[in-house]
Design a protein around this ligand. Structure first.
Ligand code: 4NP
Length: 161
């Protein structure tokens, strides 16, 4: 069987940014008819929200965009994830540094900032929306939509799918 491309989105808590990215990227992959080529997941660098569903604000904003995050549950990123996944997308530089500590030297090249795939935004990081209002979640979702499109485009080109 052909190897599936493993894509892991990572933030701090795995209840706001990375589940949103997982949901949005999954939706784009499905819309492109290439779901069978991907394994998509998300995780947090911290253990605060293990087994918790996505934040209600993240769920609400995603739902308005036709994406259901209600079935997702928080989990913490592991060393094993660094081996298993091919593309490990960090939402911010703190996440990136924490992931690098879980990864071997070789595995580190799989880790990058998710916003490096964005075409419309200049920001390097997806800001943490947790302590703000719903407008922060809207902004974060706009950024994630754009980076998800860029990522899918590049992966389809790289893997000829
Ligand atoms: P996330 O947001 O990293 O995008 O899931 C956060 C969720 C929880 C906390 C911080 C950020 N927290 O401090 O509990």
């Amino acid at each position: 069987m052909e190897h599936k491309i493993g894509v892991l989105f990572v933030c701090l808590g795995n209840i706001c940014r990375s589940p949103t990215a997982e949901g949005i990227f999954t939706e784009k992959v499905e819309a492109s008819g290439v779901s069978d080529r991907f394994v998509i997941d998300s995780a947090g660098t911290h253990a605060y929200h293990i087994d918790a569903p996505p934040d209600t604000r993240a769920q609400q904003v995603a739902k308005a965009r036709g994406i259901d995050l209600s079935g997702l549950r928080g989990r913490q990123a592991t060393e094993d994830d660094m081996a298993r996944f091919d593309y490990i997308l960090a939402m911010d530089n703190t996440n990136l540094n924490n992931l690098e500590r879980l990864a071997s030297m070789d595995e580190r090249q799989k880790i990058s900032l998710f916003m490096s795939y964005s075409q419309r935004f200049d920001e390097d990081e997806v800001p943490d929306p947790y302590y703000g209002g719903i407008s922060g979640y809207e902004m974060v979702s706009d950024m994630i939509e754009d980076a998800a499109e860029g990522l899918l485009e590049i992966l389809r080109r790289e893997h000829r799918i």
